[in-house]
Design a protein around this ligand. Structure first.
Ligand SMILES: Nc1ncnc2c1ncn2[C@@H]1O[C@H](COP(=O)(O)OP(=O)(O)OP(=O)(O)O)[C@@H](O)[C@H]1O
Ligand SMILES: Cc1ncc(C[n+]2csc(CCOP(=O)(O)O)c2C)c(N)n1
Ligand SMILES: [Mg+2]
Length: 394
């Protein structure tokens, strides 16, 4: 299905063979009618969309072989939303000016995160389907880290006009399949032209009657624990950046993180006192908890030993597996604090303790990662990823 072009904006595995060449044929949009359907649940692909994709020889081509500009905004949107299932919480899905989503407990958890081509993904490193999954996963992890379940996603997409429709189809498939795996709907979004692919996702979540678990409520003496993988995404990124073959597990982890979504609500139920997801790096993200809660933590190096998979990649690259565990972002593991003496729920492992300090200076002005000690010591160097480069580790 995918051809390996080496140049142009859609290289390698991302370009459908049929869109590799220029267009010898014309795509003529006949009648495009994307009126909203009375709906909320499944819709069928729009049969009213008539596309004449025959070339001069009369040979017929699929719309998937066109570019976004050739198909047009509304046909592109129609391809992204038609024929998809919605969960019961979606009362009105895509098609109107806004969606309507059921919020049973009277509150909605809401968050958003974006992926920018070149900055967060490369089309020669990840297939569009993987990028779609990753965008949904990182948003779903933010909801899990509040102790909630994702219910609905809104997908705002910017892309260049020459983006192959096949790329958007695959991106859409990734988005919908990750959302579906969470029992959540894709209920709307926006599609605009931009110089590169930008994917901004907003997620809604349901606390199911529980209080949200905040960053600001860790207490002295609490246990520090994590659920999920640490350092795998950073290792995968390093493997891709070095152009190394092999190490498929970490490369896969970089392309599509697997946040332990269910561990968020489970932690909330077990009485977690604070929680966050690890997007920028363990030290950086625990540092946000320290700053918000006005506490310091001490992590146990023995509990943060890189596993064999990381060691193998680090050995071959001459890289630092400890740094991947401590400062590597994008695994979207969950990190939380639990009261002393509470038995950690399944999936959680203890990695340290909140110190019994008093008078700890926190707040937004604290340096990233400040307050997080490893083996009793402040670690030097970057604590994780920062969007505008300060303290950036890679
Ligand atoms: N431009 C903005 N306007 C309003 N609030 C913002 C803006 N950017 C970020 N925030 C808010 O600031 C807080 C921290 O944002 P940040 O993006 O660091 O967290 P995150 O999404 O959990 O991490 P990451 O983006 O690394 O996954 C969040 O509450 C977020 O909603
Ligand atoms: C091509 C490419 N280069 C570098 C990275 C690494 N990276 C980008 S953003 C981020 C953390 C979260 O950032 P944000 O706060 O912007 O969400 C990390 C670790 C990548 N994924 N792809
Ligand atoms: Mg964010």
């Amino acid at each position: 299905m995918y051809a390996c072009a080496t140049e142009g904006p859609f290289p390698a595995q991302c370009v459908a063979a049929s869109v590799e060449s220029r267009w010898p044929w014309s795509v003529v949009l006949g009648r495009v009618d994307s009126r909203p359907r009375p709906q909320g649940t499944a819709t069928e692909p729009d049969e009213r969309l008539v596309i004449d994709t025959s070339d001069s020889t009369g040979e017929s081509r699929s719309p998937a072989d066109a570019t976004v500009a050739e198909l047009g905004e509304f046909a592109v949107i129609d391809r992204a939303v038609s024929g998809r299932d919605q969960p019961d919480t979606t009362l009105l899905g895509p098609g109107d000016d806004a969606a309507v989503v059921r919020a049973t407990d009277g509150r909605v958890v809401v968050s958003s995160d974006m992926l920018v081509q070149g900055r967060h993904f490369r089309l020669d490193w990840s297939a569009p389907e993987q990028i779609g999954r990753k965008a949904v996963a990182q948003n779903g992890a933010d909801i899990a880290s509040m102790g909630a379940w994702p219910t609905a996603f809104l997908v705002s997409l910017g892309c260049p006009p020459d983006t192959p429709v096949a790329v958007l189809d695959a991106l859409t498939d990734g988005i919908w399949s990750e959302a579906e795996g969470l029992g959540a709907g894709v209920v709307g979004g926006d599609t605009v032209q931009s110089d590169q692919i930008v994917l901004s996702i907003t997620v809604l979540g349901d606390l199911r009657g529980r209080d949200a678990v905040l960053r600001s409520t860790a207490g002295a003496g609490d246990q520090v624990a994590v659920a999920g993988r640490l350092g795998w995404s950073a290792a995968g990124l390093a493997v891709l950046a070095a152009g190394l073959d092999g190490h498929a597990e970490v490369v896969a982890a970089h392309r599509v993180p697997e946040p332990p979504y269910g561990s968020g609500p489970v932690a909330a139920e077990a009485g977690a006192t604070s929680m966050t997801d690890v997007s920028d790096g363990l030290l950086a993200d625990l540092g946000h908890i320290c700053a918000a809660s006005g506490v310091r933590m001490d992590l146990d190096p023995a509990a943060l030993e890189p596993d064999q998979v990381l060691r193998a990649a680090a050995d071959e690259l001459g890289d630092d597996a400890d740094a991947w565990v401590l400062t590597g972002g994008e695994d979207h593991a969950l990190a939380a604090t639990f009261p002393p003496g509470v038995e950690l729920p399944d999936g959680w492992r203890r990695i340290g303790v909140v110190l019994n300090d008093t008078d700890v200076r926190g707040g937004a002005s604290a340096a990233v990662g400040a307050g997080v000690l490893v083996g009793g010591r402040e670690r030097t160097g970057a604590a994780g990823w920062e969007s505008f480069g300060r303290n950036r580790s890679r």
